[in-house]
Each structure stands twice: as structure tokens, then as C-alpha cells.
Design a protein. Structure first.
Length: 154
């Protein structure tokens, strides 16, 4: 059965959300989201690679990473986790502009996992910066597609 997909789309004036069904158990999907050695293999749009500098998955924990673009530009990112419920929920605030809060939910569906990622931007300016300058709509789709490919093939 083909995965049910909602494309990255605004759910409000400042939100971007995507849902995918992954052909992998929830425990494995959780692991590839929370283990730096795994997340570095799929995080970011096609053509990017990611260096995880620090990742502490707990409430108040920090996640520092650098996304390396195909054009050689480096994008430093800092996130702070505000809620972590294994294996159901991760919430973090992206504190490097553009500012947003990401909510990732994991729902068990037999041997598969329904994953939803929602990004809520703090302002219309941050939303516009993410969409227009950083290509967040397409970037979110590609990142989750890379996750799907990775988790279904490890």
C-alpha cells in the first residue's frame, strides 16, 4: 500500500505541516529521530548533509547542528527541546532565525508509523523568511522523504 501523504502546506498563516506513513515500526522511527548518528544521515533537503555538534533529547536539552548546503554554504541551527515523550512526541523550538516551534508526533499503525511534523513560526516575518528565502515548504517535504527512505532501508 502506498504511503498516505499530505504535502507540506500552510495550515494557518504561520504554519507548515506534513504527514507520512513510514513502513517501519515506531521504535525504529523514534531511534532515527533521536540518535545523532542516524539523524545526521537524513536531516535536511536533498543535496545537504548535516553535522550534529550536540544533541541531548530531553526537556531543556539542546540540539546544535550545521546543515551544509550543496553550494558550500553552512547553516548553523540551534534548537531547544521543550517536550519529549518516548516514543510519541518531540517538541523543540528552533531559536536560530527563522524562529519556530516544531512538533513531531509518532503514531503506531500496526508495524508502520504515522509521522507528522508541524512547524509554527513565531511571526509572519519568520514564516516569510523560511518560505521565501530558505525554501521551507520544499525543504520539509524533501527532509521527510529522506527520513522515509532512510528508515525503510536500514
Amino acid at each position: 500500500m502506498e504511503a498516505i501523504t499530505k504535502t507540506a502546506e500552510e495550515t494557518a498563516d504561520n504554519e507548515l505541516a506534513i504527514t507520512r506513513i513510514l513502513n517501519a515500526p515506531i521504535e525504529l522511527v523514534w531511534e532515527v529521530w533521536t540518535d545523532p548518528k542516524h539523524i545526521a544521515q537524513w536531516w535536511g533537503p536533498i543535496g545537504f548533509f548535516t553535522t550534529i555538534q550536540h544533541m541531548e533529547i530531553k526537556e531543556g536539552g539542546e540540539w546544535d547542528l550545521v546543515m551544509h548546503g550543496p553550494d558550500g554554504v553552512e547553516y548553523k541551527n540551534k534548537n531547544i527541546f521543550s517536550k519529549v515523550i518516548k516514543p510519541e512526541l518531540i517538541v523543540f523550538k528552533h531559536v536560530t532565525p527563522p524562529i519556530f516551534t516544531a512538533t513531531i508526533t509518532f503514531k503506531k499503525q500496526d508495524a508502520k508509523t504515522e509521522l507528522t511534523m508541524k512547524m509554527v513560526f513565531e511571526s509572519a516575518t519568520d514564516y516569510s523568511l523560511a518560505i521565501n528565502k530558505h525554501g521551507a515548504k520544499e525543504g520539509q517535504k524533501q527532509t521527510i522523504a529522506r527520513l522515509k527512505d532512510y528508515v525503510e532501508n536500514i
